[in-house]
Design a protein around this ligand. Structure first.
Ligand code: NAD
Length: 278
């Protein structure tokens, strides 16, 4: 990944942080974007202390202006975008029928789905033109696509990887709006695979079962009954962040994975679900 550049949202913690460290140790220059700017700074400093190249950007992906600015500043810093990891996300749980605060669902849909669709648009424009606004004149490389078609033997294609969830493929009774958001991410990935491939961009989705991160630990602290239900669904096994990162790196580096939604099961194995097609 030397000479390549990656932007990762939600990169200050958990899966995003682990992927940022992996990409940096593989040689990529990394933009660590997160709503928690101070934590993002720490991850960038950690990468730098290991000899890698990174910048930190505070960015709430549900704020369109901040989201755009993150891609703009990434392009200014590194001049290209090869890997866009749309990873920022929040958990949601609760009774859809009797819940008294439907605004929580709005927030989940906004961060876990709407911002992801926006991220795909910003990433593809940056990859193709060097600018998230899609103005070729902004591109440090002029007319050349920022990442497309470069690399050894011209084989490298820029990759957009969405962190969806196994909950976007399997039913998830305790978190229906989260599951619906993640199913939306799976369908964005499947539906955009061909049109983006025609423009030289690969899109994939990483769909883990429950992972040992703050997202799950916060649910465990706040809502024991929901946590117990989640654990029952996965036979009380939480994936380690390293298991998920391994699957993510495989998606990022395997050119045959186009529109792939890779489910990482609780036992650490990977499957590509056979979803229906027209
Ligand atoms: P995490 O809480 O450890 O990390 C999420 C990161 O996203 C945090 O650094 C947080 O500050 C950031 N973030 C939250 N809202 C944001 C926003 N609006 N803008 C920018 N950054 C924001 O959780 P994680 O488990 O590493 O989650 C990463 C992704 O993986 C999420 O999309 C999540 O839905 C998905 N996922 C998690 C699990 C799991 O069990 N932990 C399973 C499947 C999928």
């Amino acid at each position: 990944m030397h000479g390549k550049a990656a932007l990762i949202t939600g990169a200050a913690n958990g899966i995003g942080r682990a992927l940022a460290l992996q990409l940096a140790s593989a040689g990529a220059a990394v933009t660590v974007a997160d709503i928690d700017g101070a934590a993002a700074e720490k991850v960038a400093a950690e990468i730098s202390s290991r000899g890698g190249r990174a910048i930190a950007l505070p960015c709430d992906v549900s704020n369109s202006a901040q989201h755009l600015e993150a891609f703009r500043r990434h392009a200014q810093a590194w001049g290209r975008l090869d890997y866009a990891l749309l990873n920022a996300g929040i958990g949601e749980s609760g009774d859809l029928v009797w819940c008294k605060s439907p605004s929580a669902w709005q927030k989940t849909l906004d961060i876990d789905l709407r911002a992801v669709a926006e991220g795909v648009r910003l990433a593809a424009r940056t990859m193709l033109t060097g600018s998230p606004e899609g103005r070729r004149s902004d591109s440090p490389g002029g007319e050349r696509a920022a990442g497309a078609g470069t690399g050894p033997g011209g084989q490298h294609k820029p990759v957009i990887m969405i962190t969806a969830s196994a909950g976007g493929v399997f039913p998830m009774p305790v978190s229906p709006v989260y599951a619906a958001s993640k199913a939306g991410c799976v369908q964005l990935t499947r539906s955009l695979a061909e049109p983006l491939a025609r423009q030289g961009i690969r899109i994939c989705a990483l769909c883990p079962q429950f992972v040992d991160t703050a997202l799950v630990r916060d649910i465990q602290k706040a809502d024991a009954a929901t946590a117990a239900e989640l654990m029952r669904d996965t036979h009380s096994r939480l994936l380690s962040v390293d298991q998920v990162t391994q699957a993510g790196m495989a998606l990022l580096t395997d050119p045959s994975k186009v529109g792939t939604c890779l489910v990482v099961l609780a036992n650490g194995s990977w499957v590509e679900p056979q979803l229906a097609r027209f």
